[in-house]
Design a binder for this molecule. Structure first.
Ligand SMILES: Nc1ncnc2c1ncn2[C@@H]1O[C@H](COP(=O)(O)OP(=O)(O)OP(=O)(O)O)[C@@H](O)[C@H]1O
Ligand SMILES: [Mg+2]
Length: 239
């Protein structure tokens, strides 16, 4: 089997008396889209924080290309090709769409590169919005731009936390299309509650409940998994 580009082993995050992430081990092989699903409060966002370096784990290790990055600062991880998008939007509202993208390129160690930023603008389907203030974008467009910011860093590995959250069906479909177009070219960890999107996009799915992995497998395996159905999927997904 191909060696994982990003992996965690025995990862744990404690908030006071709560184990938000409780002994999680998983690996992403190059080019795969690995979805992480689970009920509210399962620890999905916390897991992304631990991978991105926004939080330090209480125990366990994070490996990137086999190298231990458990204690590496977030900006250093970005320079190694690991980028995230946020569940909560994080744009500079008074800057234009293009400026936001150029800043992301620059932040990742590139030059302030208007050409790169323009190219990303095309990729994310916001070509006509470049000169608009980011703060004036519609919600769905703002989420598209956030995905663009993660892409603009040139990241090989994208950590996406609910990129479709709060979107109308049409906007969500656009994001699914965008992610589909990236498939195979980047390694993607996708946290998402939209099960249609997850089952359409994912190569593998890991299910978290109360901070623990209860199942990991192909979409078919997860769809049929009794414990996953009981804990999360319920009637949402037909077997
Ligand atoms: N900074 C924090 N301090 C204390 N508790 C926290 C903190 N961040 C998260 N938690 C708790 O840890 C648990 C996991 O939260 P997390 O946000 O990772 O869940 P999630 O799976 O992303 O949920 P959702 O699907 O609602 O986004 C929750 O019980 C949450 O209340
Ligand atoms: Mg979350």
């Amino acid at each position: 089997m191909t060696a994982p580009v990003l992996s965690v082993a025995g990862l744990q995050k404690r908030f006071g008396g709560l184990l938000a992430v409780d002994g999680v081990s998983l690996g992403l092989v190059p080019g795969e889209l690995h979805a992480v699903i689970g009920p509210n409060g399962a620890g999905k966002t916390t897991l992304i924080h631990l991978l991105s370096g926004a939080l330090a784990p209480s125990a366990g290790t994070v490996l990137l290309d086999g190298r231990d990055i458990t204690r590496l600062a977030m900006n250093r991880r970005v320079r190694l090709g690991l980028a995230r998008s946020y569940q909560i939007t994080s744009l500079f509202p008074n800057f234009t769409v293009l400026e936001n993208l150029a800043l992301a390129v620059q932040g990742a160690g590139g030059r302030h590169d208007a050409v790169r930023a323009r190219a990303e603008l095309e990729t994310i389907g916001l070509a006509s919005r470049g000169d608009q203030r980011a703060g004036a974008l519609a919600h769905g467009e703002r989420r598209q731009l956030e995905l663009g910011l993660a892409l603009a860093t040139g990241a090989r590995i994208l950590l996406l936390d609910e990129p479709m959250a709060g979107m109308a069906a049409e906007e969500a479909a656009r994001i699914v299309g965008l992610i589909e177009a990236l498939k195979g070219r980047r390694t993607i960890l996708l946290v998402e509650h939209d099960m249609d999107a997850v089952f359409r996009l994912a190569d593998r799915i890991t299910t978290l409940v109360y901070g623990r992995v209860i199942a990991s497998g192909t979409p078919d395996e997860i769809r049929r998994h009794p414990e996953v159905r009981r804990a999360y999927l319920g009637e949402e997904v037909a077997a």
